[in-house]
Ligand binder design. Sequence first.
Ligand code: 5AD
Ligand code: SF4
Length: 459
Amino acid sequence: MNEQIIEEQKEYIEKVKELNKDKTLYYNILTMGCQLNENDSEKLAGMLEEMGYIETSDVENANLYLINTCCVRENAEEKLFGKLGELKNLKKKNNAIIAIGGCMMQEKHIQEKLRNSYPYVDIIFGTHTLHKLPEDMYKILNFPKKIEDILDIDGEIYEGIPIKRNSNKTASVTIMYGCNNFCSYCIVPYVRGRERSRTPENILKEIQELADEGYKEITLLGQNVNSYKGRENYGFAELLRDVQKIDGIEIIKFISPHPKDFTDDVIRAIKDCNKISRLIHLPLQSGSTEVLKKMNRKYSKEQFLELVGKIKKEIPNVLFSTDIIVGFPGETEEDFQDTLDVVTKVNFEQIFMFIYSRRVGTPGDKMENQIPEEIKHERFDRLKELFEKQVEENNKKYIGKTEKILVEGLSKTNEDMLTGRTNSNKVVVFEGSKDLIGKVIDVQITSEHKWYLKGKIIE
Ligand code: 5AD
Ligand code: SF4
């Protein structure tokens, strides 16, 4: 049935293309939030290109502005409403279409606000109706009347949506949608619906096609990748092993796993598959067992450390990155010390740090003992300081080592140099010919500069 729905959308693509055939029309997409949203925007761009629109970074000249929103933290709301203020003037100038989609549109209070205060927004669509952009576009072009296309459902999977990728070397492949975990701070389960996995056949076909097109690195995406369930007896470990077998793909990454689902078979699969990156993203969120319980994370400080120990033992050269939230309701100084303790013990390569942001509709928002802003910021700064010291120490360990690097392009700050990333995601710059872009090569690290490393190519 979903195939039929996508077929219908393809017919709408043709109809819009026909309507626009004598015009040169430009679109501009602003994407907020995580890599899943980036991947969704690649699909939105794919559909728009097939409808005859051309991408532009020049906002002033766009005929269609599309904003793909996030709602994980409050600052995204400020960003959206700020942007809409700017677009109001631009709309007056060239009568462009304004479309907003994604996670934030699933929130009732945002829908209300847009209805009441932003009448010039033409199309509003949610996370479950992204594939219907062609139909929405067709309708707005024919009958200029505001469209709201939002569903509050568990969610479906739609295959075969056209896609325009941001890179021709690295690609993201969404393997599952939604989340069933209901961490008490998080809005995602309310806006992205329940967990649902794509079939292994569809995922492997997409990756095979990417390999055939010359892509070298792929990132498997999902809100909780290790609860991937392709079918009976086929989970994330089996999928990793099958992706490993695809010739042409040289680097495999995945985000994000949940520590509670990091089973032994997944650890063994990573160990056995040499293409899988040895930098594992393992979201900690808090180092305090008490806070973790309130967050509904389903592991303790000790269980997290045990898991890290087990993975390090099985895969000796493994490194970790993580997400940490500071200032969750009720977090005491002692709880925060536990977070610093885990950070010291694990020695993460990368930490994505967040100040707790109250989200309407989540249990965390209703909890007592919300932490004052100044304490949240002060803890954030202390965590950052500890992490920066660790980065400095860790960088020294790279000097003299040889790293396998996918050459991504020219360095942004020095066009005579090439740039790429180590397995641990550190930026490396080095001299070399442009012909190497897109190739995987060996680079020896010669010096460290806090946020990047320098190296030389090993012939
Ligand atoms: N406040 C702050 N950070 C949050 N995250 C999710 N929800 C919130 C929130 N309400 C962080 C988590 C998650 C990452 C994607 O965003 O650390 O892993
Ligand atoms: Fe949010 Fe937790 Fe689901 Fe991640 S696992 S999306 S943090 S509810």
